[in-house]
Design a protein around this ligand. Sequence first.
Ligand code: SAM
Length: 287
Amino acid sequence: MENLSNIGVIKDLMKRYGFSFSKGLGQNFLINPTVCPKIAEMGNAKEGFGIIEIGTGFGVLTCELAKRADKVVAVEIDSRLIPVLSETLAEFDNVKVINDDILKIDLASLIRQEFNGLDVAVCANLPYYLTSPIIMSLLELKLPIKTITVMVQKEAGVRLCTPLGTREAGAITVAINYYAKARRLFDVKRGSFMPPPNIDSCVIQLEIKDTPPKVSDEKFFFETVKAAFSQRRKTLVNSLSSYFNLSKEKVITVVKSVGLKETVRPEQLQMDDFISLADSLKSAYDF
Ligand code: SAM
């Protein structure tokens, strides 16, 4: 169906299907006609690709993805939208809509079953309340996907794409950089949505690394990152010492052994620093 970004078309669908927006499900539908084609083009919706879409709404982005990619599997939690999608996506035979929670679906088997032989990418205008859980679970599952291209709140987008070693970096920045290369593609004003949210948004892209950096114990690596940022604005030594219940002297020895100053703050560290720090802590104290 054309013109799903047209307010008249949206209002007509809402009336005919008795639909009202759910704030709790993060339902801010796109009404700016330039945005979805851009997400689709930049998000790898093209020949040879299968796309997973998270949260279809009325299908405005789904249509743009289906026009370009070989196949689209769209996951939408709100069962009230399923009959609407049967109408709005009727012209496409390469779209499968799954009525489920993206965080509960077995995405690894979905990819195996639905995208045989295709490269896979994720595209979405994310429900904002689930931005970090969705992105982190997509990354941690180590799915065979090339890119994740998603609309998020602007503040979150800036934080997710900030380089390591800068003031805004946090534990999530390290996690993102571990699995992917992140960049902010373009900004989107709040008036591009219906209903408009309180703040502006942006589209970010995570390009998944073929292989994540080499660490001796991945679980402990992430534990160290969590420990490092456990007390915002404190020194690395203070945070590690209280998190792991180790004396400051012991932590200082490890921190210095990997070439860092004892006054360093966690947001100043690069990926290699976190890796050597975790490896040294583990071998020194048998975590
Ligand atoms: N793609 C549409 C658009 O751009 O107009 C809708 C985007 S809206 C920001 C987010 C969508 O995600 C809503 O349709 C909402 O119902 C759906 N959603 C919310 N939580 C979800 C979840 N856990 N799993 C799947 N879909 C979810």
